[in-house]
Design a binder for this molecule. Structure first.
Ligand SMILES: [Zn+2]
Length: 516
């Protein structure tokens, strides 16, 4: 009996040894295990609820973000990941800012309470204040001068440039085969713009100069409040945009839906005086730390365990909603992918590290901090550079993955071609040679490291990102389940593949830093 047990365990050891040596990408067994866990025992729903409703908004360096940082660490511990921690990434220019109270209503010609949000880094009012509204239409330096001496104690309504025409396009769409095929060609001219955008129709430098002048104007002329019709957008485009920690507080500034704003503007244009009352309490702190959250599944191969397969997305959000599509969704997917591998007892040869970046919205601070600490600084490689196996980033909302953009790195194709064999059935079918932009993977691609974003269906992302509507309701849990399963599989392949995607052949280490 004893003998049989010994023989069996020896056989088991030989068997395990052999399978450990086989590439994960060739293992139907691991593919089906990962799919069964990711699709059959998904934890996407509880993780999603935790990361949105429970954590709330996560504006860079805010107290809310600090609260979320410590709570997400609790969750990562619960998922069984190794060494969950928050770590300093980079100094932030603005300091912390939190909303304490926001109230706004029209009080004349009749009463109507509005749903509003302060712009990020807006100042506070002196308690509950009341004032006459006036239209403040400034498109140039000369326009600004016309208002000098006339705005003290007034509430300034900035006219909207938003179209309110009835729209007939669907809010969400999935890529069709023709569009996906087009993405597999190396043709930048036909590239689908990220948010249905295109060339910026204005002079950015002139706009920034005018904003600076307007900030100075507000500080001197002392209007009660600036009211923008930016839908429910929270982007700090006004007086707070140039705010540096330690500056005097900027003028109070609100964003409100174009419908309410439009009503007041039309009343004034038709000779009807309009009055508002409002109270804004915002708290500034001198917390200037952008912090990242990390956790790992440690590598087990003595030679490869110091190499890193990095999975991540930015954890910071704007302050209005709960930053669900942008970008709790990316964090949820990467956390669930880690959970799947951990739960299955997958033993990666390389270390798989989760990174939830801070400060992305204000200029990729978190990922840039990681780069400067571990990978590349002052035109020089750091020890981590040659240990960097792969980075997979997610920051395009909650849609399903259809493939991946390989950032013009030809050497990446054979790897993904091998790895995608078992996930084509999940809809991951397209490898694009094209580049895609606007988020943290660019921190790494700038120095040639293999860092990629997925080709992802665009589900309402253009409508909701950076708005109060960016909440749990915007998440497609079935899409996120597929995404996490795909990431778990790719991470397993990358962690155990005998080879590593090389850095781009034409590494331009002299690329100037990004203009943030
Ligand atoms: Zn984002």
């Amino acid at each position: 009996m004893k003998k049989i047990v010994v023989v069996l365990s020896l056989l088991a050891m030989v068997f395990c040894g052999n399978t450990a040596q086989a590439q994960v990408s060739e293992s139907a067994e691991w593919a089906s295990k990962i799919k069964a866990e990711g699709l059959g025992h998904s934890q996407i729903e509880p993780i999603a609820q935790y990361m949105t409703d429970f954590l709330g908004s996560r504006l860079t360096a805010s107290l809310q973000k600090r609260r979320a940082d410590s709570l997400v660490i609790v969750k990562l511990k619960e998922l069984g990941l190794s060494n969950p921690r928050s770590a300093f990434a980079m100094e932030f220019t603005r300091g912390g800012w939190d909303v304490v109270k926001t109230y706004a209503a029209m009080t004349a010609p009749y009463y109507c309470a509005f749903s509003v949000n302060p712009r990020a880094w807006s100042g506070s009012t002196d308690g509950l204040v009341k004032g006459e509204c006036m239209i403040f239409d400034v498109k140039s330096k000369e326009d600004l001068e016309k208002y000098r001496g006339k705005v003290a104690g007034k509430i300034l309504l900035v006219p909207s440039t938003q179209s309110t025409e009835i729209r007939f396009e669907p809010l969400a769409s999935r890529y069709d085969e023709e569009e996906l095929e087009a993405l597999t060609t190396d043709n930048r001219a036909n590239a689908r713009p990220r948010f249905g955008g295109g060339r910026m129709p204005f002079d950015f430098r002139a706009m920034m100069e005018l904003r600076q002048l307007m900030s100075e104007f507000y500080a001197k002329e002392k209007p009660l409040c600036i009211v923008n019709a930016s839908g429910s957008f929270n982007v700090p485009g006004g007086s707070g945009v140039n705010y540096k920690a330690g500056d005097p507080e900027p003028v109070p500034e609100l964003n409100m839906p174009v419908e309410d704003h439009g009503r007041m503007v039309r009343l004034i244009q038709n000779g009807q005086p309009v009055e508002m009352e409002l109270e804004l309490i915002n708290r500034f702190t001198d917390d200037r730390e952008v912090r990242n959250i990390y956790a790992e599944i440690p590598g087990t191969d003595p030679k490869l365990k110091d190499e890193i397969v990095l999975l991540g997305g930015h954890f910071d959000s704007w302050h209005g909603g709960t930053g669900a599509a942008d970008n709790a969704s990316g964090c949820i997917v990467m956390m669930e992918a880690m959970r799947i591998l951990k739960e299955l007892g997958f033993k990666p040869k390389r270390t798989i590290r989760l990174a939830l970046w801070g400060g992305e919205e204000q200029g990729l601070y978190g990922s840039r901090g990681y780069m400067e600490q571990y990978l590349f600084k002052d035109q020089k490689k750091l020890p981590g550079f040659d240990k960097f196996a792969l980075y997979l980033n997610m920051d395009n909302g909650s849609g399903r993955f259809r493939g991946i953009y390989l950032e013009r790195n030809d050497a990446a194709f054979p790897f993904f071609e091998a790895w995608m064999k078992y996930i084509e059935s999940l809809g991951f079918q397209y490898l694009s040679p094209r580049t895609t932009g606007g988020t943290d993977h660019q921190t790494f691609t700038r120095v040639g490291l293999p860092a990629y974003q997925f080709i992802q269906d665009e589900l309402e992302y253009g409508r909701t990102y950076h708005t109060i509507m960016d909440t749990y309701e915007r998440l497609s849990l079935s899409d996120l389940r597929l995404d996490a399963t795909i990431v778990a599989w790719l991470a397993a392949c990358a962690a155990n593949d005998p080879g590593r995607i090389p850095v781009y052949p034409a590494v331009n280490t002299n690329t100037p830093p990004m203009p943030f």
